[in-house]
Design a protein around this ligand. Structure first.
Ligand SMILES: CC(C)(COP(=O)(O)OP(=O)(O)OC[C@H]1O[C@@H](n2cnc3c(N)ncnc32)[C@H](O)[C@@H]1OP(=O)(O)O)[C@@H](O)C(=O)NCCC(=O)NCCSC(=O)C[C@](C)(O)C(=O)O
Ligand SMILES: [Mg+2]
Length: 348
């Protein structure tokens, strides 16, 4: 175990000091693009005005013969993008032949533009420790003055089993996302979908003894509930941020909205968008509802010291519900500061 007194010291001489807190800038949607795809890349400057984060993906989804073009495209976009945009990258997995060059290029050639490096298929704290030291060495070489953060994707059963240790492995950790396709394969879940529900995963009412042949009510369940809830606890317990991940059925905008909303309600701060249509869905879901914000404001105004028991609109409010109201208003305020339309909707 590392000496806890050294936890906030740089891991390489000359590297920037780790951050105590994860930056709380909005990251409701992390928009994925393939930097080797010229048509997609051409849309990025415009998309970066709408999406909280744009992410140049170097890993799965990019064909093996375009890995180098994707890496070069990422560096080129990083150095031409409006500085107000937030750029992340997803590098190839740690056992791949590309990752060393991915991380080296991202830090040495675009390290002052890239805020977060997403590491896929993280299985335990050892993966974070490896990347942590390597990034520190490269940061020192590049003379960077702020640290690049790490975001882990949970996509193996072993990663899930170690999620708490992954979350607390380093002060460089920014957050964790769910990788439902790889995770489903790793767990031998019998679904070929990328996230979302499945018609086979459901509950059904008991038969009616008086009418055993009558149709029985049945409903789909969320196969990701346990995973997301555990991930949210691991992240929030260690001061980092939880995110849902990809929803692969691009045409199913209702299914996408429902999955994003379930994640938002459980505590996730954002999700991924794989296609431009998912940016608006993520914005709608991960910006709190104006009616909820109005009620939360009412609670805070009615209970200035946050103590005692009160009735507001027929509902019991106390010290704990006051904290729930603070969560809602703090999020609304941080979004309103950057978005005049939301500021008006929230009256903030
Ligand atoms: C799904 C696809 C193939 C549909 O692509 P399409 O071209 O068929 O869609 P479209 O509706 O026809 O596209 C309309 C226009 O939007 C553009 N476009 C389309 N998408 C984007 C985009 N993302 N960013 C910017 N522009 C985009 C596209 O180029 C086109 O431009 P045009 O009108 O000029 O012809 C396409 O959207 C795409 O490739 N998206 C990104 C996919 C991706 O990043 N996959 C990897 C992440 S998920 C993952 O890895 C799993 C995980 C975590 O690892 C695990 O669960 O294990
Ligand atoms: Mg994956």
């Amino acid at each position: 175990m590392r000496n806890p007194r050294d936890f906030l010291k740089p891991l390489a001489n000359g590297a920037p000091a780790p951050l105590l807190d994860v930056p709380a800038t909005p990251s409701r949607m992390i928009h994925f693009f393939d930097p080797s795809n010229e048509k997609m890349a051409a849309k990025v400057p415009d998309i970066a005005q709408k999406a909280d984060v744009v992410l140049g993906n170097l890993e799965d989804g990019v064909p093996a013969d375009r890995k180098e073009a994707a890496r070069a495209g990422l560096v080129s976009i990083a150095n031409s993008l409006d500085p107000s945009a937030t750029l992340w990258t997803r590098v190839n997995s740690l056992e791949s032949p590309w990752v060393l060059d991915d991380i080296t290029a991202a830090v040495l050639e675009a390290g002052d533009k890239i805020d977060v490096i997403m590491l896929p298929k993280v299985e335990g704290p050892w993966d974070i420790h490896y990347a942590d030291r390597l990034i520190a060495q490269l940061e020192a070489k590049a003379g960077l003055d702020r640290p690049i953060l790490i975001h882990a994707i949970l996509e193996t059963a072993l990663g899930m089993a170690n999620v708490e240790e992954i979350a607390s492995a380093s002060p460089r950790m920014q957050g964790i996302s769910l990788g439902p396709a790889d995770l489903a394969a790793s767990r031998r879940m019998k679904t070929t979908r990328v996230g979302g529900g499945h018609p086979g995963y459901r509950v059904i009412d008991d038969p009616d003894p008086a009418n055993p042949e009558a149709p029985r009510a049945t409903a789909q369940q969320d196969p990701w509930h346990y995973t997301l809830a555990r991930m949210v606890d691991a992240c929030t317990a260690t001061g980092i941020l939880p995110y849902y991940g990809p929803y692969g059925d691009i045409k199913d905008v209702d299914g996408c909205e429902a999955q994003f909303r379930a994640a938002f309600l459980l505590g996730c701060v954002g999700t991924w968008s794989l296609h431009p249509v998912q940016i608006g869905i993520a914005k709608k879901v991960f910006s709190p509802d104006p009616d909820e914000v109005a009620f939360a404001k009412k609670v805070i105004e009615a209970i200035p010291d946050g103590r005692g028991v009160h009735m507001i609109d027929g509902k019991m409010q106390d010290d704990a519900t006051w904290k729930q109201a603070q969560v809602m208003v703090t999020l609304a305020r941080s979004l309103a500061e950057r978005d005049p339309e939301l500021a008006e909707a929230y009256g903030l």
